[in-house]
Write a protein that binds this ligand. Structure first.
Ligand SMILES: CC(C)(COP(=O)(O)OP(=O)(O)OC[C@H]1O[C@@H](n2cnc3c(N)ncnc32)[C@H](O)[C@@H]1OP(=O)(O)O)[C@@H](O)C(=O)NCCC(=O)NCCS
Length: 168
């Protein structure tokens, strides 16, 4: 568990017991996805990290470790915080915990894809956490799949960001 005692913000790996809390955060667009994430965790494909505020689950992020050419192994994806809990450090806390999981698994770097067009919050977050653009891009799912507040639009192009996990 990564915990900040002054803000009551914490992050940890999800368990099966978290499914009802994760399902309670689902929207019409994300209905049923939490169970598929935990199924993938059981198969060793995903690591699901949850963010907690005062003990309540208010966010999640996933480390995708599949050995798949479509995945930038390991890839951080589906970072999301409940709108009412944003700007309290949860995105950063979950990302730090995810990086610790990746290090424990032996990875020396971590990747993610982010759309420059429709994602005003995520890019400053990633920059503040030492992620840098690689210069590569790919087409990606629309953000509305993970955030009910996001407008439904065309599938965006994502910039690939990378962070070294090596400690010097
Ligand atoms: C992106 C997201 C996960 C950030 O979560 P969060 O818990 O609000 O982030 P944090 O509170 O940890 O923010 C840490 C830092 O990131 C930056 N940041 C976060 N949100 C920001 C915003 N809206 N505008 C500018 N900078 C922002 C700031 O530097 C912030 O530090 P500060 O609050 O001390 O200034 C959240 O806004 C979200 O769920 N957005 C919708 C889904 C999404 O975009 N996911 C990412 C897909 S790539």
């Amino acid at each position: 568990m990564t915990e900040n005692p002054t803000t009551a913000v914490a992050a940890r790996l999800a368990t099966r017991d978290d499914l009802p809390s994760l399902e309670a955060l689902e929207t019409a667009r994300t209905r049923g996805l939490s169970a598929t994430y935990l199924d993938a965790q059981d198969r060793g494909e995903f690591y699901v990290v949850v963010g907690l505020l005062q003990g309540d689950i208010v966010g999640r992020v996933i480390l995708d470790v599949r050995d798949d050419p479509a995945v930038l192994t390991p890839e951080m994806k589906l970072l999301w915080v409940v709108p009412t809990a944003r700007r309290q450090g949860l995105g950063a806390a979950m990302t730090h915990h995810l990086e610790a999981v990746a290090r424990t698994l032996g990875y020396e770097e971590i990747f993610l894809g982010v759309s420059a067009d429709n994602n005003p919050a995520a890019i400053p977050l990633y920059i503040s956490l030492d992620y840098t653009p690689t210069g590569d891009h790919r087409s990606a799912i629309n953000l509305s799949v993970i955030d009910a507040d996001a407008p439904v639009g065309d599938d965006p192009t994502e910039a690939i960001f990378r962070k070294s996990l090596r400690i010097r």
